[in-house]
Structure formats: structure tokens, C-alpha cells
Design a protein around this ligand. Sequence first.
Ligand SMILES: Nc1ncnc2c1ncn2[C@@H]1O[C@H](COP(=O)(O)OP(=O)(O)OP(=O)(O)O)[C@@H](O)[C@H]1O
Ligand SMILES: [Mg+2]
Length: 366
Amino acid sequence: MKPSTMRVGLLGISILGISLLHYLTPLHLHYLHDIFQRLYYLPIILAALWFGFRGGLCCALAISMAYAPHILFQWGGGLTMEMEKYLEIVMYNVVGAVTGLLAQRERERSLELQRTAEGLVESYSKLQTQSERIIMIEEQLRRSEKLSTLGEMAAVLAHEIRNPLGSIRGTAEILRDDYRPGEPKYEFIEIQIKETERLNHVVEDFLRMARQQPMALRDCSIREELETIVTLVAKDAQNRGISLRLEPNTEQALIKGDGEKLRQAFLNIVINALQATPSGGSVRIDCQRNESGYEIRFIDNGSGIKTNERTKIFEPFYTTKPNGTGLGLAVTRKIIEGHYGSLEIESDPGKGTTVSVKLPLQEHIP
Ligand SMILES: Nc1ncnc2c1ncn2[C@@H]1O[C@H](COP(=O)(O)OP(=O)(O)OP(=O)(O)O)[C@@H](O)[C@H]1O
Ligand SMILES: [Mg+2]
């Protein structure tokens, strides 16, 4: 039963009960009648509190109708003799209406307060998400500032380094022709060529970061890019004795993006995974769609990353590898953020690492 029906029932029963007391109590016990007369205020006030102005007034009217015949027929109904009882009837209606009105107003006020409180909670949470966004953007800004000053320096340096490097490499190759493989000097020149190549790589990586090339957004399929990467590094993985696999349930994931840049980003992640994984280990790649976008995961069971290193690995030049430049993840993150995505790393030292790239769906891009 609904609570309001129960309340109406309760009021009805109490009115009926009090009226019966009036009608059945002998008239000479007038002090009892005085008490019963006042008892009527209880249902009136309750009705006013529960149902407001209309409830209070209706209840008072019902009581007036139940009580009036008692005055008229049992007490004789004389206007002057029973004046006090008639006045009481008027009072019932006044009390019902006024109490009802006050209760109603109080209820409206508390509803309004509740609405204000809800509004406050909402604006507070809005404020909180906004301030979180500001903190995030500020951090991004700081990072890109760092990268762009680095980039400018790099552009100048790279220019100065590249040409002499080309000459060193060229002359070394000419010199190498004078020796046969196996001779010690041949080996030295090989080292020289390899090292110049490595330097050239560093410079190129640097330049890539320096040139703030605009993204060339085209329709591209993430699955296709991942397939290309797997083909590219399959040989390397095989040499290392690592099983490299693109999961069969990988989404096609058609997005608007710069395929070339994304491929470079994914390649950096895969190479890192291969470098961290010992022979016999595995690197798995998959891409799933969820309500906010695509999540591309690179799961390796390699060395993992220590907790205190996890924030540093995105810094330019942070590397733990003897031949690393430490630019891989910095470049990768920049590319992913250029696609309004994010890069997350979960790692269990000694057990493995999962790198997740999250890219938003087209319709979620601002
Ligand atoms: N999958 C991984 N497992 C374990 N460590 C990782 C993984 N990916 C990255 N790291 C750590 O993060 C560091 C930074 O990676 P990043 O790709 O930026 O540079 P790098 O691989 O050292 O050098 P580069 O990529 O320029 O050749 C790595 O040196 C390595 O310590
Ligand atoms: Mg790397």
C-alpha cells in the first residue's frame, strides 16, 4: 500500500473514532465532550503536515460535517447556547488552512534548498574535472616547451653534424676497400662506419622531434599499420628467439590519423618490447574498441620497468641501454598526443610490461 493511502486511512479512522466518542458519550459528561472536541485538532494538524493546505482544509471540512449533526441533533443546536461549539468548527477550518499553508511553504523551501545543494555538488565536480584538465594541459605544455627548445637546438646541431658525418662515412667506406674482411684494420673501419650510422640515427631522431610537422590526417587502419610493423620486425624477433604475434581478434580500427607517424610510434614501442624480452619470451599486440575509443596494447613478458623509473622513461634522453638515445618514448608520446590519445604503461618488474595506446573515436575529437 502507498504511504499516502495509509495516511488517509489513518485520518479517516481517527475522525470516525473521535466522532463516535461524541455521539455515544452521554451529554451530561460535558467535560469529556470538551476533551473530544479538542481531539479533532490532531487529525487536522496531521493532515495539514502531510498534505499541505488542501489536505488540512479538506480534513477540517470533513470533521465539520461529522461534528455538525451532533451539535444540531444531540445538543439541540441553539445558536446562543452552543455558540462555543460553532466557533470551534470555524477554528477547525482556520487551523487546517493555516497549518497546511505553513507546512506547504516549508516543504517548498526545503525542496528548493535541496535543489541548490544538488546544483552545488554538480558545479563542484565540474570545477574539479576542469582543474584536473588544467593541470594536465599545463604538464603537456611544460613538456612540449622542453621538447621545442631541445628541438631548436637540435636543428642547428643536426645541420652542423650531418655533413661532416657524411664525409666521415664516405671516406671510411673508401678506406675499407683497401682491406679484406678479417684484417684488424677492416674491423676498425667497420666500427667507424657503424658508429657514424648510429650518430646519424640520433641526429635524425632529433630532427624529427624538432620539425613540428603538421599531422597529415588521412583515413588509416590501425590493424594495417600493426601488420606492417609485425612484418618489419619479424626477422629481428626471430633472431632474438621471441614469439611476436598480432592477436587474431585485433580490430580493423579505421581512424583519421597520420599513418606514417603512428607506425613510427608503434614501432618504437615494439622495438622497446623486443629489446626488453629475453629469448623464449613473447610480445603480443592487440587492438580493441571500447565506448571511448580504441585501445592498442603491446604486451611483453620481459624485464619490466622499476617503479621509480616509470616517470622518467618519457623524458628525452632517458635510457637504460648502452646504445639507446632515450628518444623513442618521448617521440612516441608526442605522436600519440598529437592524435588526442594517451599512452599508459603498466609494468611488473621481472614479469613484463604492457604499453597501452588509447586513441579516441572520431566523434570524440574536439
Ligand atoms: N617494454 C619495455 N620493457 C622494459 N623497459 C622498457 C620498455 N619500454 C621502455 N623501457 C625503458 O624505457 C627507457 C626509455 O625508452 P625509450 O624508447 O624512450 O628509449 P630507448 O629505447 O632507451 O632508446 P631509443 O628508443 O631512443 O633507442 C628504456 O631505456 C627502457 O629502460
Ligand atoms: Mg626505444
